[in-house]
Design a protein around this ligand. Structure first.
Ligand code: FE2
Length: 335
């Protein structure tokens, strides 16, 4: 059994998780704080300052609730990317300091891989088509030849970003999610008509920024907002479903797993359920609490990686803002 403390700080959440492998429950601690900008989008430096000022308290809370001391921890894991530079630096600095001071191995974790691994752990999916949807990421992948290979991804903005920016520009948000439902999803429920919007699938990939511009133009021209919301989400969600379906058929998988912050959308889930049923696949959706960013997923992935011998010298533990999921070897999973 290994005990790992994991630190997440790639975007707006600073999270510290402590896990014990080969034990149930495996989560010993799960502490998080989330930066919410007063207006507009997330400003990386403001988010980083918010984290830096409170990080010590979150680490302390995690250790206290886990009931263990740092000397009992086998390794420190940290998300080194992908993400926002200033935010990543906060987590990396704390992880390096803890590893150095307490002479603990440091385990580098890719944030996207962590979303996948916590999804597999919590849903019980074995070898699924992976659909990772969040504010910063949109990708469809499957495990092959020792890595999570990207089948399709966004060429510009992420699905979560599309919804948030549209909500912000039209005055629907922030907050973007009310009682677990995205404000665009909620507004779309009042929609009656599907309006003409550009198609967003590009080969195996998707591109959302043209759709965003076109939808905002419709609103400016006086189209009913609920109709635009309905049209926007149908176009965007169907594009993701289309790419995921193609991946399912090409890779001959029997499972689909949805992870990341947008996985919480009930409406999207319904669409995925229909798709899975149509193609005889099983659908797994990561529980909402662990669909969003958290330290537990970093600690859990750190435990898997550490058990497979993955560590990094402290001086080499640098952040990688554009660290792709398919650049990471996964030695703990058989190809
Ligand atoms: Fe994330």
């Amino acid at each position: 059994m290994v005990i790992v403390l994991g630190i997440e700080s790639t975007a707006h959440t600073f999270g510290v998780g402590v896990v014990a492998s080969d034990r149930e429950p495996f989560i010993l601690a799960d502490e998080r704080i989330k930066y919410t900008p007063p207006t507009g989008g997330i400003h990386p430096r403001e988010a980083a300052r918010y984290m830096a000022e409170r990080a010590h308290e979150v680490v302390r809370r995690a250790l206290r609730s886990s009931g263990i001391t740092l000397s009992e921890v086998d390794a420190i894991a940290v998300a080194l990317g992908p993400g926002l530079g200033p935010c990543l630096r906060v987590g990396a600095t704390i992880a390096r300091a803890l590893a150095a001071y307490f002479s603990k191995p440091l385990v580098p974790v890719n944030h996207a891989v962590a979303h996948v691994e916590i999804g597999l752990k919590l849903t019980g999916a074995r070898d699924p088509v992976i659909v990772y949807l969040s504010g910063g990421n949109t990708l469809i992948a499957a495990f092959l030849g020792g890595r999570y290979r990207v089948f399709g991804e966004t060429l510009d903005i992420a699905l979560g970003n599309l919804l948030d920016v549209f909500a912000r520009e039209t005055g629907l948000g922030p907050p973007y999610v009310v009682k677990g439902v995205h404000v665009v999803d909620a507004c779309a429920e009042e929609g009656k008509e599907i309006l003409d919007l550009p198609y967003v699938v590009r080969g195996q990939d998707v591109a959302f920024s043209g759709l965003l511009t076109a939808a905002l133009k419709l609103v400016k021209r006086g189209a009913r907002l609920p109709d635009v919301c309905l049209s926007l989400r149908e176009m965007a969600y169907d594009a993701v479903i289309e790419v995921a379906t193609r991946c399912l058929l090409h890779t001959n998988r029997r499972e689909v797993m949805v992870v990341g912050g947008v996985a919480a959308s009930k409406y999207l889930r319904r669409k995925f359920e229909e798709m899975a049923k149509l193609y005889g696949a099983r659908l797994y959706v990561v529980p909402p609490e662990y669909a969003v960013d958290n330290g537990v997923m970093i600690a859990w992935t750190g435990a898997l990686a550490y058990s497979a011998g993955v560590t990094v010298p402290i001086e080499d533990a640098v952040i990688r803002q554009r660290w792709r999921i398919d650049e990471v070897d996964i030695p703990w999973r058989r190809a």
